[in-house]
Design a protein around this ligand. Structure first.
Ligand SMILES: Cc1cc2nc3c(=O)[nH]c(=O)nc-3n(C[C@H](O)[C@H](O)[C@H](O)COP(=O)(O)OP(=O)(O)OC[C@H]3O[C@@H](n4cnc5c(N)ncnc54)[C@H](O)[C@@H]3O)c2cc1C
Length: 242
């Protein structure tokens, strides 16, 4: 699953995906490649603004696919006043970064899995799921896959174009955005929490596997909903961001 190691890199891309989510590409300098499994994360170091000379660590899931070994993409929410968030807000292209990884057991590897996959992400919790979906679907194009992406408002949506393109290519993929605070009547898509979307989608219970990423509250709620639909506890994998 890739041994943990220290990497140095530089920021080679910084793009606002929404008003508070950025895509950051870190191009590795030493070593120049990182082997990881879709779903894993790295832990980055930042100068501690409260203690000069000290470093603090924050983890970020790799949003790009494992085939892309030399430049890793991250989808990062800029939390107001957050230490790493404020560092990323002002970081310029060419800024150096230290990280260690890969880490984490929330992975979708290349082994054939159950016949149906459900991916549920809220906010930047969609990042590791994007890596999983983009890597896995070309390997198993006949897998029935459902992706549910939950955010509050239309302005918080990101990464949708790519998922719509994948949906055209892989007819067994269904992608749904659900807004918990939709702007009405303009928004014609799904409304409510991600659990509401799963109530109307009947998964095949024991024949399915789920990957959840976001806040602990969301994970608990979705886990309960999926178990009520016949999911085995061990088939509901999750990663908690906060
Ligand atoms: C395994 C793992 C993977 C992660 N991957 C990602 C990722 O891919 N993308 C990503 O954006 N984050 C990810 N996170 C969260 C990330 O590590 C940081 O916690 C987050 O970026 C905030 O760090 P900060 O230093 O800016 O804020 P801090 O200084 O740590 O916190 C400032 C305040 O913001 C609150 N806060 C922290 N996160 C959030 C949030 N998401 N929404 C609202 N309030 C928040 C804190 O509770 C605190 O009150 C991941 C966390 C883990 C454990």
């Amino acid at each position: 699953m890739g041994d943990k190691q220290t990497y140095s890199g530089t920021i080679t891309k910084k793009l606002y995906l929404t008003h508070d989510v950025i895509e950051v590409t870190v191009t590795l300098v030493e070593p120049t490649t990182l082997d990881f499994v879709a779903g894993q994360f790295v832990t980055m170091e930042f100068p501690d603004t409260a203690n000069a000379g000290k470093l603090v660590k924050r983890s970020y899931s790799i949003a790009s696919v494992p085939e892309q070994k030399g430049a890793l993409d991250f989808w990062i929410k800029l939390v107001n006043g957050g230490l790493a968030s404020e560092w990323f807000r002002t970081a310029e292209l060419g800024t150096a970064l230290q990280m260690e990884g890969p880490q984490g057991k929330f992975v979708l590897d290349d082994k054939p899995r159950k016949e149906e996959m459900i991916f549920v992400g809220t906010g930047t919790g969609i990042a590791p799921l994007r890596s999983m979906v983009c890597h896995y679907l070309p390997l198993y194009p006949d897998t029935r896959a459902k992706v549910v992406f939950g955010v509050r408002h239309v302005k918080d949506v990101f990464g949708a174009e790519e998922m719509f393109e994948l949906q055209k290519k892989y007819p067994h993929l269904s992608y749904e955005i659900t807004l918990s605070r939709p702007e009405l009547p303009q928004w014609a898509g799904s409304k409510g929490r991600v659990t509401d979307s799963l109530k109307t989608y009947r998964a095949s219970g024991p024949g399915a596997e789920a990957f959840l990423c976001g806040s602990m509250d969301m994970i608990k709620e979705v886990r309960t909903a999926l178990q009520a639909q016949g999911f085995d506890r061990k088939d509901v994998h999750f990663e908690r961001f906060f």
